[in-house]
Design a binder for this molecule. Structure first.
Ligand code: HEC
Ligand code: HEC
Ligand code: HEC
Ligand code: HEC
Length: 153
């Protein structure tokens, strides 16, 4: 029996290191984790207020409709009708709330149209796609297509 506990100091040392580690972990954790963490779930409750305080970037398409009735008419029945205005025009909440009276820039079609329509193997077969370099090597896509009603014939 004597022999089995002869070197028990080693065990005490390991136990002391583990105990110190545990205390240090609890101390650092309680210092770093904000008080309101976990009130509603696995996140900081104050994050909800932080998000609410951020300025809106997107107005949503119903906001555009009241002033741009002509565009709504142009889109009616076209396959682009389902696409949100700001998917092409970018975030325009400030413009829509009339806070900002600078006129929004028109999208560069060689960037915007190509982003959705460049041929890619992963796209579904029925999705309209072209190789921009072959289909229309230069100039804006709107030289032939109307952005809001793209089918030509
Ligand atoms: C309160 C009315 C109002 C709302 C809401 C509004 N607009 Fe406008 N928009 C205008 C006015 C006024 C102009 C300037 C027209 C001009 O100077 O020819 C304009 C201009 C534009 C232009 C530039 C037109 C051009 O001739 O180059 C774009 C693009 C545009 N708006 C997109 C949008 C989108 C997208 C939305 C929704 C997020 C939106 N607007 C919401 C009133 C509005
Ligand atoms: C598929 C992309 C796309 C969508 C979706 C889209 N637009 Fe446009 N829009 C364009 C492009 C590109 C132009 C520039 C056309 C040009 O230069 O001839 C434009 C031009 C405009 C203009 C300038 C005047 C005109 O009629 O050409 C207004 C205003 C406008 N868009 C508002 C809207 C609104 C409001 C919506 C949603 C109801 C919308 N757009 C949806 C791409 C789009
Ligand atoms: C946000 C993605 C997006 C952008 C940007 C976009 N399109 Fe489209 N386009 C679509 C979708 C989605 C369809 C319809 C697919 C469907 O009905 O299955 C479509 C359909 C089309 C069609 C087929 C129309 C028909 O009736 O057969 C043409 C042509 C077209 N787009 C041209 C353009 C041009 C030109 C631009 C730039 C002004 C553009 N698209 C920008 C998503 C986009
Ligand atoms: C010189 C005229 C012209 C230009 C410029 C042009 N297109 Fe087209 N595009 C056509 C014609 C014509 C068709 C076929 C008929 C139709 O839409 O009614 C077509 C069809 C399409 C289709 C539908 C393909 C399908 O399988 O249904 C897409 C998507 C398209 N174009 C995207 C673009 C994009 C993106 C640009 C700019 C990079 C562009 N087009 C520039 C003339 C043009």
């Amino acid at each position: 029996m004597r022999g089995r506990f002869r070197d028990f100091e080693h065990v005490l040392r390991v136990a002391a290191i583990l105990a110190f580690g545990l205390v240090a972990f609890i101390a650092v954790r309680s210092w770093l984790v904000p008080d309101d963490f976990g009130v509603y779930g696995f996140f900081r409750a104050g994050a909800l207020d932080d998000n609410r305080a951020r300025p809106l970037a997107y107005a949503g398409r119903t906001a555009c409709v009241e002033c741009h009735v002509d565009v709504v008419e142009a889109r009616r029945g076209s396959r682009h009708e389902v696409i949100g205005c700001e998917a092409c025009h970018g975030p325009l909440a400030r413009h829509a709330s009339a806070e900002d009276d600078t006129k929004p820039v028109r999208p560069d079609t060689r960037v915007t149209c190509v982003k959705c329509h460049e041929t890619k193997a992963g796209k579904p077969a029925g999705y309209p796609q072209v190789s921009a370099a072959e289909h229309a090597p230069e100039g804006p896509c709107t030289a032939c297509h109307q952005a809001h009603r793209p089918k030509i014939s």
